[in-house]
Write a protein of this length. Structure first.
Length: 62
């Protein structure tokens, strides 16, 4: 059994904290990517091919 204060126990705790931090980082990246993809989708759906400037207007307003 590994105790709290052994080198192995401390290393395991450190690795668990690192994994948890990386998991949070991955989750944040996924949410950011989802937001970007949603903005691209909304731009694509609102794109009026008859007015090329509308694309740029939507790009800067969203």
């Amino acid at each position: 059994m590994i105790g709290k204060h052994t080198d192995e126990g401390q290393r395991i705790k450190q690795l668990e904290e690192t994994v948890a931090a990386k998991d949070r980082e991955i989750k944040d990246i996924k949410f950011s990517l989802a937001d970007i993809l949603l903005r691209i989708r909304n731009l694509n759906e609102s794109n009026d091919y008859g007015d090329p400037w509308l694309f740029y207007l939507n790009l800067f307003l969203t």
